[in-house]
Design a protein around this ligand. Structure first.
Ligand code: CP
Length: 321
């Protein structure tokens, strides 16, 4: 049994195979692997794309899905191991994993970074516990450190719009945001681009360095604070905000940093005429990226969102086989 928790658990060739399969499903290929199968998903955080695309992907091929939001439509969930459960949390995640494994063929968990202590976030305790106690395969629906399903959809989107990827420049650019945000999507975007063999650059303001574990193993990586020069050479630009751990618990400093770096917002002057623009959504329009870029002819954001559906189908087929 293989879980799908991190791209780093898979070789580039395996992930490329998944992307190929997602493409053939999009072209009309069929699969009977999902028929009669049930996907159980727990969302500790909200979702539009991940939730609906997984539900639709399994239903399309003859399976069914149940999505639970603890504290809203099911018991509030404790994720700390060994804790004395005498506060507001009712059900332990390890019990939920074992019970749902008796009802479902595959499980998913969304568990964002708490953004209080980066060491805690990097440990991925909720996801690791859930996977440890589940007796069926588990898919990450985005965790503290990665969004692997988003990455497969992004890879499909890039391959649909660009050829000769080894010669192409992928630029991940920090974007301003009013709230503290994690680095799961930036981390997955970097792995995705490197698995496609692209040249990878990260550009961000000083103080917004990504943790070394995120940059580890990305070959020929360039990191620069010169956004303008980085974007000038980009074939594919991925905009995403993330926050320095030092600002997680300091709203005043976070706000000051936002004001200082507002100029990093994407407008048409930032990009070359040919560069394709990507963002995983949801996006704060005219804060992270201006309307003209999001709605412009080179924007791939809606294709990316659609491709979540085909990527999820390929991922479910792969781990259920
Ligand atoms: N991109 C993404 O994961 O979207 P949701 O948070 O809406 O699922």
């Amino acid at each position: 049994m293989r879980h799908f928790l991190s791209l780093r658990d898979y070789t580039p060739a395996e992930i490329q195979q998944l992307v190929k399969r997602a493409h053939s499903l999009k072209q009309g290929a069929d699969t009977d692997v999902l028929r009669g199968k049930t996907l159980g998903m727990i969302f500790l955080n909200p979702s539009l794309r991940t939730r609906v695309s997984f539900e639709q992907a399994i239903k399309k091929y003859g399976g069914s899905a149940i999505a639970l939001s603890p504290g809203k439509d099911t018991w509030s969930m404790e994720t700390e191991d060994g804790t004395v459960m005498n506060s507001d949390k009712v059900e332990h995640i390890k019990d939920a994993a074992r019970v749902l494994s008796r009802y479902c063929d595959v499980l998913g968990l969304r568990s964002f970074a708490a953004l209080k202590d980066v060491t805690e976030d990097l440990a991925e305790k909720p996801l690791r516990q859930f996977a440890r106690y589940a007796t069926v395969p588990v898919v990450s629906l985005e965790s503290a450190t990665e969004h692997p399903c988003q990455a497969v959809a992004d890879m499909l989107t890039i391959t649909e719009h660009c050829a000769d990827l080894q010669k192409k420049q992928f630029v991940l650019s920090w974007a301003p945001h009013v709230k503290a945000l994690p680095f799961a999507v930036p981390a997955s975007a970097l792995i995705a681009a490197s698995y496609l063999g692209m040249q990878v650059t990260v550009t961000h303001p000083e103080g917004y360095e990504l943790p070394s574990s995120v940059l580890e193993g990305i070959p020929n990586l360039t990191v620069t604070a010169d956004q303008k020069s980085a974007l000038k050479k980009a074939d594919v630009v991925y905009a995403k905000s993330w926050s320095p751990p030092a600002l997680y618990n300091d709203p005043a400093k976070l706000q000051a940093s936002f004001e200082k770096n507002r100029g990093w917002m994407f407008d048409n002057s930032a990009l070359s005429a040919e560069a394709r623009f990507m963002h995983c959504l949801p996006v704060r329009r005219n804060v992270e990226v201006c309307d003209a870029v999001l709605d412009g002819k080179n924007s791939l954001i809606i294709d990316q969102a659609e491709n979540r559906l085909w990527a999820q189908a390929a991922i479910l087929e792969f781990i259920l086989k």
